[in-house]
Each structure stands twice: as C-alpha cells, then as structure tokens.
Design a protein around this ligand. Sequence first.
Ligand code: FES
Length: 260
Amino acid sequence: MTSGVGAPNRASISARTLRTDRWWLPPLMTNLGLLTFVVYATVRSFMGKWYWVADYGYLTPFYSPCLSESCLPGSSHFGTPLPELPGWIPLGFVALPFLLGFRLTCYYYRKAYYRSVWQSPPACAVAEPHGSYSGETRLPLIVQNAHRYFFYVALLVSVINTYDAVAALTHGLGLGNLVLFTNVVLLWAYTLSCHSCRHIAGGRLKHFSRHPVRYRAWTLISKLNVRHMQLAWTTLGTLVLTDLYVMLVASEAIPDLRFF
Ligand code: FES
C-alpha cells in the first residue's frame, strides 16, 4: 500500500486501528438501513399491484407518475402516453432512475455509503482496506458531479407527488391523505435542503445586499440544510411507510380511517 495509512511517510502500525470503542456500529447501522430500503423499494417497484386505491385516490410515490396503459384506471394523473409495459418493467420507471440518481449522488448519502459500504474509511482512525484513492475526478465517481441535474428532476417529481396528494382530497379526507401529505412535506424539506439547491439560491454572489430575495432564500435553505442528514433518513422512512399504508389499504388488509 503506497498511499493512505500505508504511505511510507506514515507511522508503521500493523493493527488496523487502536480504537477500542464500538466504531463499527455507525457503519453497520447505515448498511442495515440502506439495505432495508433498497430491498423494500425493489420488491415493491417490481410487484406491480396494490399501488392505487381507487375509492380514495391514494397513489404510492413508488408508482408516480404512472404513465403507461398498464396502469390501473384512474392512477394516471398525467395521461398514458406510453403503451402497455411487460411485467418486468416497474410502472414507475420514468421517475425511479432519477430519484435513485438523486439519492445516490446526494452529498450526505455519499458520505454515508463511502464510509459504510466502501469502508473508505469506516471511521476516524480506522484504516480503509483500499490501497489508492482517486476521488471523484474520474469514472465512475465523476458522475457524482451530476447531482445538481438530478436535483432539478427531483424538484419536478416533488411537484408530481404534491399533485397526487392534492388530487386525493377530491375523494374526501382519511388517514391516507394525512400520510400522503406528511410524506410530501418531508420530501420537499429534503429536496430543498439539498446542498445544490442552497448553491443555486445563494451561490456565486459577491454581494448578498444586492440580491435580497436570493439572500432570503439562501438563509431559509441554509436552516433546512443543517438538517439534511436527518431529512435524508426520515424521508426514506416516510417513503416506505406511505407505500406500506397504500399497499395495505389497496390489498384490503386494513380499512382506511375516514374522517369525512
Ligand atoms: S446534497 Fe443531498 S440531496 Fe442534494
């Protein structure tokens, strides 16, 4: 190993780390959390059923927007410009790759999976297993620089999810509506707390005083931005819970609690 802790100008210590605390716990928890979400989202995206509750207008975010003729009647809020799809293509395939790209290139998730999945490094003062480091300057990690473009698509998907939640109100009000709206509000909070969003609002300005509106937006986004990690995890949870609720109601495993 010629770089990192194995570089010739570093102290020669054979142990991987001298730490005696449970440094391995945070990366383990991160791996378990990410794995749980990936497995759940993959299974649900390919399931192809229980994504739409016609009586109450509930559409799970994993299938939104539903744009093909394979979609259940009423679930396509933006029409069906696409033909019937074979069963192995998820009905939400239009948005899913961009949402995946948005999360994968997110500054917080990068930190999380670089440390936990790639162990690079797994914790402070714990040697990483890799012998060299080329950063994000060449393939494949140079793709991380596309994050700002995924952000624009994620904004559009947040608008679509908001439309879905508002459209469901035309069927009355039930617990599912509150679930959909909670998810949408948190998705907006996560999306707007993005580092790229903060830079778009207030970056490259030499004088905040000459741009009061952008300064105000940057100030508000900065307040959200300090919670970006919490919002990243919270929205993974609300996405799963929202989809789970829609699935349970759609499959008639539970009734929706109706208020009026
Ligand atoms: S930095 Fe996390 S979504 Fe942009």
